[in-house]
Each structure stands twice: as C-alpha cells, then as structure tokens.
Ligand binder design. Structure first.
Ligand SMILES: Cc1cc2nc3c(=O)[nH]c(=O)nc-3n(C[C@H](O)[C@H](O)[C@H](O)COP(=O)(O)OP(=O)(O)OC[C@H]3O[C@@H](n4cnc5c(N)ncnc54)[C@H](O)[C@@H]3O)c2cc1C
Length: 419
C-alpha cells in the first residue's frame, strides 16, 4: 500500500539499512540519511573483512548492558535463524565456522553490503549520502532533520541508528548520543569494548609480537570474573587476541568503577599443574648442565623465556638448571601457568570493535525500540545500551533491533485500524 508519510532513518550502517528495508517492505516511504559518501562503511571491515554477520549459538548471555534482558524480544522475533534466512533471500549462502560464527560463503563482508544496497535501491528506499544530521526536532506530529549542508528532511517517524563510538573513522563517532539526549534521553556511561588491554610492565617491547595459545582470566578482588581460551598476542602496550577481546568488556566495566582488574595468563594450559611440575623437574634433571634459560627452550616461546624468568625473580639466567631447588622450580611452574598483570586500561575508541553503554533501555520499548519519551522516535543498533560478545553478536543486534524498529515505525504510519 502506498503512503506519503515518511520514515526517516539516520545512519546507513547495519541497523539503519535493515530498518530501511523492513520499513519499505511494510509499504512506508523511507529515506535513509548517511553522513559518508556511501553507506555501510563499518560493515566492510567486520570479521576481518569476511563479515561475521551472525552466530548460530546465540543466547541472551552473549549480551551485556545495564539490562541485557531488553534484547530478548527483538532477538526472539528476528534472531540468527531469521537473519540467515533473510540474507539467503538476498543471495548470501551462509558458511558456519568455529564457535557458531556465520560468514558469507564468499568470505567477503562486501557481499553483505552489495546485496543490501541492491535491495534498498530495488525496493525504492531513498538514500541520501553526505547527509550529516546535526539536529532533529519535532513540531506537532512531524520530525524535522537538519543536515550539515542546510537541507531539511521531514517525516512522521524517525529511527536513530548512528552507531556508537568504536572505530570513529567509519562515521560512527558518537555524535548520535547528542541527538538522543536532545530529546531527553539518558545515555549510560560509554566505554570501549572488544578491545586490547594495556597492562603494567616495562618488558612488553621485548615480547611484542609473541603469540601463545593459552587461557586468560580476569580477576577482581581475588575473584575470577571472566575466562577465555585461544591465541594471546603480546604487544608493546600489553596484550591482544580473541580471548582478551572477550574479557575486555568486563575489564572496562571494572576500570569505570575505579577498580584494579588483574589479568591471569596461563601460557601452558594443556598441562595440569602436577604434569607441568613433573615436566620441569624432569627437564632440569636431564639438562642439569644447561643454563636455566636454555633449559626452557622447546617448552615455551623462546622470546618469552628471559622475561618470564626475570618476572619469577631470577637474576642469573646462566645458572646450571640442575642447581635449582624445588621451590625455585615451583616458581617457574607458577609463572608459566599463573602469570599476573595489573590491567591499567583498555585501548581507545579507534581500536575498539563495539561500544559498551548507550541510550538507556529503560526509556525504550523492547518490542518496538520506540522511545517512551517521544512518540514516533525509534532507536536501533549499537547506539542502544546493548553490546555483544565477539563472534557475530553485535551485527546480530543491529539486524534484530533494526528489523523491529523498521517494522514498528512503518506500522505506526498506518491508520490504527490497518495496523
Ligand atoms: C573492526 C571491527 C570489526 C567488527 N567485526 C564484527 C563482526 O565480525 N561481527 C559482528 O557482529 N560485529 C562486528 N563489529 C561490530 C559491528 O560492526 C557493529 O556493532 C555494527 O556495525 C553496529 O551497527 P550500527 O548500524 O548500529 O552502527 P554502524 O554500523 O556504526 O553505522 C552507523 C552509521 O551511521 C552514520 N552516522 C553517524 N552519525 C550520523 C549522523 N549524525 N547523520 C548521518 N549519518 C550518521 C555512520 O557514518 C555509520 O555509517 C565490528 C566492529 C569493528 C569496528
């Protein structure tokens, strides 16, 4: 059914494009405003350019925010199954990878953008690029959106999908929070998540670039708050790698609260402690005349050995291994499996994959993403105070919330009896 009333969407990212398509399919006239010369810039860099667009192992426990439960309705309506089917309808064949990650079979994030853009154009969504929305206000039933170059767009429903603050070079630099705040919305504290950790220690330049498959645990006040396993990558500022990204959200929260999180790294997680004790004892007996430093070659990355031994309190690394006491051997076992660092911070927005915090979910309707403060105003995507783990969950939130907001915004334009 043709309608002249407009849904205006601010931000042509994953959430905005999904919202635009769904609203248009419901029959609404839709205009999508994007500040960049083209839509979907961030989508292109997702999943290292392979576009990890959802995850089949999705659950509410993959999400954080002041109230993760808020995400339940949208995920139930348009979850991973629906997302795979939706993109299959546009031509994307899904490829399931480790830990349930889903990417296009083409292994190209650009495929996702190509098919979305094709569909947006085919269905008649009006796309205005280089349209940086600076101000939105409502007069009567109509919203007015003023773009930087002076153009003004008007519509009966507005969806703000301007993303968060992560990787601002893609266009999502946090300016959307001010648009939300201008309507009286609360923005919860923002901090970078899915990001590298800065650790205390002067030796990091020496071990920069060393990769170890191990486990990482985040501790606060002696309690383990998060744990993950995989490739850990030492860097000159601290540490990176998929397990660190997963822990970084919790680390960021603790740092926000003024706490001092501790990272515990197990470099040899394949050994139980007793096995490693026996291994060290055996090595040091067999290689009694080797230097302490050389005796660890072949057990752990060579570039780590010097730093590890120094951190375990050894100064003379040329000592014969056979001289070490049982207590000294134990110190080596401990540093290999329980190496602790004080977390001094996270890397900042340009390095982060997602924003923790955002528009307060208490002020939004979880079934429609509509503002409880302003009728006809909707939000979708990362701008909302919901963020997901690494593995396709953030794009899934963008699709889910975009779907729900787009549909509700379009339906709101219909006369009540037709909804
Ligand atoms: C390096 C990297 C890799 C990632 N990999 C993955 C992954 O593999 N899987 C996954 O699930 N998630 C991944 N993410 C996270 C995911 O990309 C985001 O959570 C998701 O794109 C958010 O979608 P969005 O539509 O809310 O915001 P965005 O995609 O950020 O889109 C917002 C859009 O709004 C535009 N905009 C902003 N302000 C205005 C304004 N005032 N007027 C007009 N336009 C405006 C911006 O230019 C931008 O195009 C990754 C993120 C990064 C940085």
């Amino acid at each position: 059914m043709k309608m002249s009333k407009q849904v205006i969407i601010v931000g042509g990212g994953a959430a905005g494009m999904m919202a635009a398509l769904v609203a248009r399919r419901q029959g609404a006239a839709v205009t999508l405003l994007e500040r960049n010369p083209r839509v979907g810039k961030k989508l292109l860099v997702t999943g290292n350019g392979r576009g990890n667009y959802t995850n089949i192992k999705i659950g509410l426990d993959c999400y954080s925010g002041n109230n993760p439960q808020f995400a339940a309705d949208a995920l139930a309506v348009f979850g991973s199954k629906e997302t795979i089917a939706f993109f299959a309808g546009l031509g994307i064949v899904p490829k399931i990878e480790e830990q349930g990650k889903v990417i296009p079979l083409s292994e190209q994030a650009s495929s996702l953008l190509d098919v979305l853009l094709y569909e947006l154009k085919a269905t008649g969504v009006q796309i205005a690029t280089e349209a940086f929305v600076r101000e939105i206000w409502k007069e009567g039933e109509r919203f007015h959106l003023k773009v930087e170059d002076g153009r003004v767009f008007t519509g009966e429903a507005v969806i703000i999908a301007t993303g968060g603050k992560a990787m601002p070079s893609t266009g999502s630099d946090g300016n959307g929070y001010a648009l939300a705040a201008a309507f009286g919305h609360t923005v919860t504290p923002l901090f970078p998540a899915l990001v590298q950790l800065k650790l205390e220690g002067k030796f990091f330049p020496q071990i920069q670039g060393v990769k170890v498959n191990g486990t990482a645990e985040l501790l606060a006040e002696g309690r383990v708050l998060a744990k993950d396993r995989g490739d850990l990558l030492f860097a000159n500022y601290g540490i990176s790698g998929p397990p660190i990204f997963q822990l970084s959200r919790e680390a960021g929260r603790l740092l926000q609260e003024g706490k001092e999180p501790v990272l515990k790294v197990n470099l040899l997680a394949e050994f139980v402690p007793e096995e490693l004790t026996a291994e060290i004892r055996g090595r040091f007996q067999r290689g009694a005349r080797k230097t302490l430093e050389f005796c660890l070659v072949g057990l752990v990355n060579k570039r780590l050995i010097r730093v590890l031994l120094q951190e375990a309190g050894f100064t003379d690394l040329a000592r014969p291994a056979g001289e070490l006491s049982v207590e000294e051997q134990q110190r080596i076992v401990r540093i290999l499996q329980d190496w602790r660092f004080i977390v001094r911070g996270t890397k900042s927005w340009p390095s982060a994959q997602v924003t923790a915090g955002g528009v307060d979910t208490n002020e939004l309707n979880p079934k429609t993403m509509e503002s409880k403060l302003v009728k006809g105003l909707y939000f979708a995507g990362e701008i909302i105070d919901i963020d997901g783990r690494c593995g396709g969950f953030n794009l899934q939130w963008a699709w889910s919330s975009g779907f729900v907001a787009g549909r509700a915004a379009a339906l709101s334009l219909l006369p009540a009896e037709k909804r």
